[in-house]
Design a protein around this ligand. Structure first.
Ligand SMILES: Cc1ncc(COP(=O)(O)O)c(C=O)c1O
Length: 396
């Protein structure tokens, strides 16, 4: 089936809503929902066996075979070029970041460096951990909206000080949708003796991703956004040298059994989202992942050109800076405040039945458009028209 609206047959999305917000919480394909339901049905036939023996070996004689959680982790690891033993499932990118930052021996006066393009929820994790330890969070301003990777690296270089212990940076930034030069940033951190934590919440299933080759110390990523896993499903990758120091945010029986064993059992929970993750990856492979990326990027590029032209926006985002989602500026007359953004987002959803992320920042409003395989230019046209109509009334 060609990519475009026809692909909606693979999802259960409400057909009356134009969904241009795949990246926010993902959207689970039918076959992945079915896989998770089958796993839950299986679990409820013999719950104790499924949860305590099959998934992980918690009772009975220890098994030499990897349990089903480790098998799923191995499939995820292979997808991102990693070794299974370096990958642990976590509930979401936020809890992965919490595990990393909380495991560091941060002391009073130490610094966690974040960027102004980072996701606010992750910055709050840094603030929370820093608050507990008497450490500080320092925010470095990266060049935006005219992004320049070289200048971004210079800014981070300048911001690293003698008390900087770790730099946390997005791979694909949430609001701006920019792809940041994470390998260069990781190399720079290594040179300066500073740890790096890459927030790859939007990367798996979106970018061609080989996690170890980035050279970071830690990498967290969601699979429930672009990799079609059920919610919630994420992973934490850690370089081998850090395994001994890492602990999950919640510990249980596996305390001191090392990484990733400690993360594999954090108390009783439903891990069917993790076990169903390989089904999402299989779907992506069958769709032809390189073709998915090419389609998404091509559509995002056309969307940006069309929207800027129709709205009279000040500039077209540079297509070399984004993948399958793009953040388009609105003209000044759209307003610039949080309230303007909230009002437009609500109006688009409740009156025009369009779900798209709208935010304010850098003195204007912005609309982020996600190009998933079920989107096409007809969705973009609806968004273009709905916003243009509202801009007309704004000028009157
Ligand atoms: C860049 C980035 N990092 C982290 C997160 C947090 O993801 P989660 O809520 O799944 O932990 C998001 C969520 O959208 C994000 O965009």
């Amino acid at each position: 089936m060609p990519f475009g609206r026809g692909m909606l047959a693979h999802w259960t999305l409400d057909p009356s809503v134009t969904y241009l917000n795949h990246a926010t919480v993902g959207a689970v394909p039918r076959r992945v929902q079915a896989r998770q339901q089958a796993l839950r049905d299986e679990m409820e036939r013999q719950p104790s066996r499924f949860v305590l023996r099959d998934v992980v070996s918690m009772v009975g004689a220890p098994s030499s075979e990897p349990g089903r959680l480790r098998q799923a982790a191995a499939a995820v690891a292979a997808f991102v070029g990693a070794r299974a033993e370096d990958v642990a499932f976590v509930d979401n990118a936020t809890s992965g970041a919490m595990a990393v930052l909380h495991s560091l021996p941060l002391q009073a006066g130490d610094e966690i460096l974040v960027t102004n393009l980072g996701y606010g929820g992750m910055t709050r994790v840094a603030e929370w951990v820093a608050r507990e330890r008497g450490a500080a969070v320092k925010t470095v301003a990266l060049p935006y909206p005219r992004f320049d990777p070289g200048r971004a690296i210079d800014e981070i270089t300048r911001a690293i000080g003698p008390r900087t212990r770790i730099v946390m940076v997005d791979h694909v930034a949430a609001e701006s949708a920019l792809i940041l030069p994470v390998a260069e940033i990781a190399a720079l951190c290594r040179d300066r003796g500073v740890l790096s934590l890459i927030d790859g919440a939007h990367a798996p299933g979106h970018l061609d991703l080989d996690v170890p080759s980035i050279g970071a110390d830690f990498y967290v990523a969601n699979l429930h956004k672009w990799a079609h896993a059920p919610r919630s499903c994420a992973f934490l990758w850690a370089a081998t040298e850090h395994h001994a120091r890492l602990h999950p945010p919640v510990v249980s029986w596996n305390l001191d059994k090392g990484f990733p064993a400690e993360f594999d059992w954090v108390g009783t929970r439903d891990v069917t989202a993790f076990l169903a993750a390989p089904e999402g990856l299989a779907f992506l492979r069958e769709l032809d992942f390189p073709a998915v990326r090419a389609y998404g990027h091509g559509l995002a590029v056309r969307a940006a050109q069309t929207l800027v032209e129709r709205w009279g926006s000040p500039f077209v985002p540079d297509e070399s800076g984004f993948g399958s989602m793009v953040t388009v500026p609105l003209p000044d007359r759209a307003g610039s405040t949080l309230q303007h953004a909230a009002r437009l987002r609500d109006a688009l959803l409740f009156e025009d039945h369009i779900e798209a992320q709208v935010h304010s920042g850098h003195e204007r409003l912005w609309v982020r458009v996600c190009a998933q395989v079920y989107n096409d230019m007809s969705d973009v046209e609806r968004l273009a028209h709905a916003v243009a109509r509202r801009l007309e009334t704004a000028t009157r």
